[in-house]
Design a protein around this ligand. Structure first.
Ligand code: CTP
Length: 401
């Protein structure tokens, strides 16, 4: 369990951060809450003290004999700043130390995560853009705000991600054991889920992919500082914090979304299960049982191979392309024989090979794999959480960037 400093900025989203605090303490973390003066105008000191079970201070001048700004910062395994307001990030970027939180930020040596929340205009202002860039350059993680309802009648970019998603993000960063954000400045694109090929308005050909492995990859990349585009095909999982989410349905839509997102990407990972075939014809109205009792014959046609296309049409030779393959061994070869052949035929740099069986792969929380490299390398990942496999994939991608 970790020692966490929760720095709360003066924004209306502070009320949502109380829920983040509750989740952190319930999972056993020791959390010291350091609100700014203006944060206390939104959510008062008793709330933070009761939920954290610890005293709450705002000023450097409380308990001066304990030198709290040095003690709190040094001890923290992680500092989470939420909501990070434009003003707070400006003060942090300038290295100011005019309250306990900004002083703590100067003494913290572990990872620092900012979760901005503000109106779109403030987020997009060149001053904020420059401050965010400065903080990121210095090694801080600044989560991209969510798009949605803001205070008042507005909608746009600037919303605080959901508390559960912030909690997951923090867990991912803590799971890195203090390792720095090694994908800062990189744009990565991940596909997840399974495509649906519609026969008529109510029926489709689909597959069992839950999207968990792709979502774990997106979360892991965000926790390492990358700008992440997640192209999700029919996934019913919570949106990962700080990730640009694009929703698609069919393989054709996935193709278009991946090609568009890959144009400026440093790495592309195809974790989605893509239908190789689609119905040759789509019925605009529901297909009815025929009166004579005969069964319809569904003609299929091939979908494009998205992974092979991306690997063959890279915007830059430096782009790293990763595929997934679910294989079973058979008379013609072992799982790895099939994996090697697929790696070559797809033309990608890395292929994550899962051996599929009765209860492995698709809907489970865990995954085991062998990651084959076009350079002949092979890395075995023992069965473990999908996030662990995700981090090994990003380690290998980073080494190739
Ligand atoms: N893939 C793709 N476009 C497709 C089919 C698959 O991009 N039309 C990608 C998947 O996202 C995955 C990899 O290719 O990264 C899986 O390879 P694939 O050839 O589809 O595996 P299988 O369907 O198992 O192939 P086969 O049945 O031919 O072994």
């Amino acid at each position: 369990m970790a020692e966490i400093v929760l720095g709360v900025g003066g924004g209306i989203a502070a009320y949502k951060v109380a829920e983040v605090l509750r989740r952190l303490t319930e999972s056993g973390h020791v959390v010291t809450v350091v609100p700014t003066r203006s944060a206390l105008r939104f959510v008062g000191e008793p709330t933070w003290a009761a939920l954290s079970g610890r005293p709450v201070h705002t000023e450097v001048f409380d308990d001066v004999h304990e030198v709290p700004h040095v003690r709190i910062g040094r001890r923290a395994d992680l500092v989470l700043v939420a909501p990070a307001t434009a003003d707070l990030m400006a003060r942090a970027a300038a290295g100011m130390a005019d309250d306990l939180l900004t002083s703590t930020l100067l003494t913290a040596r572990g990872p620092v995560v900012y979760v901005p929340a503000m109106h779109t205009e403030m987020w997009e202002h060149p001053a904020t853009v420059a401050n965010v860039e400065t903080l990121r350059k210095r090694g801080a993680l600044v989560i991209e705000p969510a798009v949605g309802r803001l205070t008042g009648a507005d909608t746009g970019k600037g919303r605080l991600p959901e508390p559960a998603d912030i909690y997951d993000y923090v867990t991912d960063v803590l799971g890195r054991g203090g390792a720095g954000p090694d994908l800062t400045g990189r744009h990565v694109v991940v596909s997840a889920g399974g495509t649906r090929e519609h026969l008529d308005p109510v029926r489709f050909l689909g597959n069992r992919s839950s999207g968990r492995q792709g979502y774990a990859l997106a979360r892991a990349a965000a926790a390492r500082g990358a700008r992440v585009t997640l192209v999700a095909a029919n996934v019913a999982l919570p949106d990962p914090a700080g990730v640009d989410l694009v929703r698609v349905g069919s393989a054709a839509q996935l193709f278009d979304a991946m090609v568009a997102a890959a144009a400026d990407a440093d790495a592309v990972v195809m974790a989605a299960a893509v239908a190789d075939f689609r119905p040759a014809a789509y019925a605009d109205t529901k297909i009815k049982k025929s009166a004579d009792g005969s069964s319809p014959v569904i003609e299929l046609e091939r979908n494009a191979d998205i992974l092979a296309h991306l690997a063959a049409h890279r915007p830059s030779p430096a782009q790293v392309v990763v595929g997934f393959a679910a294989e079973t061994g058979d008379a013609s070869g072992s799982v790895l024989d099939h994996g090697r052949a697929k790696l070559a035929s797809k033309g990608c740099d890395l292929l994550v090979v899962n051996e599929v069986g009765a209860d492995r792969g698709f809907e489970s929380e865990d995954n085991a794999a062998v990651i084959l490299g076009a350079d002949g390398s092979s890395v075995t990942v023992e069965s473990g959480p999908k996030s662990a496999l995700a981090h090994v994939v990003w380690d290998l991608v980073r080494d190739r960037l």
